[in-house]
Each structure stands twice: as structure tokens, then as C-alpha cells.
Design a protein around this ligand. Structure first.
Ligand code: BEZ
Ligand code: FE
Length: 297
């Protein structure tokens, strides 16, 4: 009996897969195999003209060319296509025991300036004063003394310091440490909803899809503690008009909080605040270190 000949396109896919089958690392073998199968299926479905394929290559070329140490267009693409949140869900979809996670985004800076407890990360920028405080807990319920808390957010115009004309100065970000009872606090100003950068290929893609570019107002947190996995999340301002249409699909209900209007607060450390301010209380629960984290240490 003679085997039925494959169509040339199918034979090509099979040949490429066969060429990858000898990759020594099993994870690379699996990953490249899946990439080729899905990529070939995608191209078959779209059946691009040669000029359309050249435009796709040009799009990726421009995505790489616009990247600098202050601009990460590939993260924007991953975010706006929902891939970042898919990776987040695959890795952190743990169902409630710990604080939910969301995208890191392109505006995180490793090793931000230290801020003392109750210090002001706005450093004099104008805006509505915001006092933020809470506890950091371990998954076991114990306070996580000494946890490191990196915070960053937009100013009241919806811009991050990395987007300021005068680079090199840190605003609206800092590193705090939880005290012996796991408490942290800082002053800031109210963040504002903002469009992600639209002057590059990710913005062109949004425009072509007829999508807006906005994120609802939020404060970012990256929290680490000994024996725990890092927690990367934000807290969103309840009532923001973009909560249901975040351009990067990053909103989860448990991360939406009241930023209360207050004229008086007694803080968790017992200090009185006697002026008009917005107030956010949010407690975070970090996951116990996963096997992967322990193995990497
Ligand atoms: C952010 O929240 O900073 C952000 C996240 C994803 C894309 C752009 C900005
Ligand atoms: Fe942000």
C-alpha cells in the first residue's frame, strides 16, 4: 500500500518539526515544536500576501528598534494582546489564599530609592494627598516583618517619572520595609488613569483594532519577603471609568479598593492625620516560596 502524499505545505511543516526533534534540551524541543505548529497554522489560516508578511516583519523590526532602557515595546505588545495576563494566570492563578497578582508593566525600576515609613514618594509633585497603609502577611497568617515593598504609580497627570522630560530623577516610586508587625505606610498623591505609550507599534496596533489605550488609576506593588515568592500586583481606584476596559486586561475584583475621602485618620501606628486626604488601607498576603523558587536559591 502506498502512503498518501502530503500537500507541500503540510510536508514543509512536518520537515521543520522533524528538524527540531533532535534539540537536546527537552523543554526547548517542546517549546520550538509548539511554536512551529501554531505559527504554521496561523500563517495557513491568514494566508498572507508577500507584502502583508513583509509588513509584519517590519512591525516587529520597529518594535525592537523603539526599545531602550526606558522603553519596552515588547512588554506593551504582550500586555495589550492579553499574553502577560495569561502568563500571570498560568503562574499565579491560585484561587484566593494569597493576594491576587497582575502585570508588572514597563515602568518598574529595580532598586528604587529607599523611603522611610510614612515618607512621601511624591516628593512635592502636585496632587490630592493620599495616605496608604496596611499589613504584609505570610500565607500562614503571620506578619511578614522586614518585607521589602517597592511602590510606583503615575502622577496626577497620568505620567510616570520614566516619561518625564528630565530623566534620571525618581518620583512617585520608592522602597519601603515592613516593621516588626508587618506594617507599612507612605504618603503619595492620587494616581490618575492614563494611556499607555501610543507613539510606537503597540499604539498603532491598538488604533488599527479601534481600541482605546487607557489603564484605570492604580498604585503598583512588588513585595518580597524571605521564604516567599515575590508578589507583583496593583491596587485600583474604585469608581474609575476604565475598570471594565483596561487596555492590558489587568483588573481583578479583589484588587479594586476604596480610596476614601477623609479629614481625620489615626494611622495603624497610632499617629493622627488631621487634614483632608484620601486614604487607602490594603493588606497583602504573600505566597510561600514555590519549589521552583527554592530550587533557584
Ligand atoms: C502600567 O501599569 O504601568 C502599565 C502596564 C502595562 C502596560 C503599560 C503600563
Ligand atoms: Fe501603571
Amino acid at each position: 500500500m502506498t502512503a498518501t502524499a502530503l500537500a507541500p505545505a503540510d510536508q514543509l511543516t512536518r520537515d521543520v518539526l522533524a528538524r527540531l526533534a533532535e534539540a537536546p534540551d527537552p523543554r526547548i524541543r517542546e517549546t520550538l515544536g509548539a511554536l512551529v505548529r501554531h505559527l504554521h497554522a496561523f500563517v495557513r489560516e491568514i494566508a498572507p500576501t508577500e507584502s502583508e508578511w513583509a509588513a509584519a516583519i517590519d512591525f516587529l523590526t520597529r518594535t525592537g528598534q523603539i526599545c531602550t532602557d526606558r522603553r519596552q515595546e515588547f512588554i506593551l505588545l504582550s500586555d495589550t494582546l492579553g499574553v502577560s495576563m495569561l502568563v500571570d494566570e498560568i503562574n499565579h492563578g491560585r484561587g484566593g489564599a494569597t493576594t491576587e497578582t497582575t502585570v508588572l508593566g514597563p515602568f518598574y525600576v529595580a532598586d528604587p530609592p529607599d523611603v522611610e515609613a510614612g515618607g512621601d514618594i511624591a516628593r512635592g509633585l502636585p496632587g490630592a494627598p493620599l495616605f496608604v497603609e496596611g499589613f504584609i502577611y505570610s500565607q500562614s497568617g503571620a506578619p511578614l516583618a522586614g518585607a521589602i515593598i517597592d511602590v510606583w504609580q503615575s502622577d496626577d497627570q497620568g505620567r510616570y517619572d520614566l516619561q518625564f522630560d528630565d530623566p534620571g530623577q525618581f518620583f512617585m516610586r520608592g522602597r519601603l520595609r515592613a516593621d516588626d508587625l508587618g506594617r507599612f505606610s507612605f504618603w503619595s498623591i492620587m494616581p490618575r488613569s492614563y494611556p499607555i505609550p501610543t507613539d510606537g507599534p503597540a499604539g498603532a496596533l491598538l488604533a488599527a483594532a479601534g481600541r482605546h489605550a487607557y489603564r484605570p488609576a492604580h498604585v503598583h506593588f512588588r513585595i518580597s519577603g524571605a521564604g516567599h515568592d515575590d508578589l507583583i500586583t496593583h491596587v485600583f481606584v474604585r469608581g474609575d471609568q476604565y475598570l471594565t476596559s483596561d487596555v492590558v486586561f489587568g483588573v481583578k475584583d479583589s484588587l479594586i479598593a476604596d480610596f476614601e475621602h477623609r479629614t481625620r485618620t489615626i494611622s495603624l501606628v497610632g499617629a493622627p492625620i488631621e487634614r483632608a486626604h484620601r486614604y487607602l488601607r490594603y493588606d497583602f498576603v504573600l505566597p510561600t516560596a514555590s519549589a521552583a523558587t527554592v530550587a533557584a536559591q
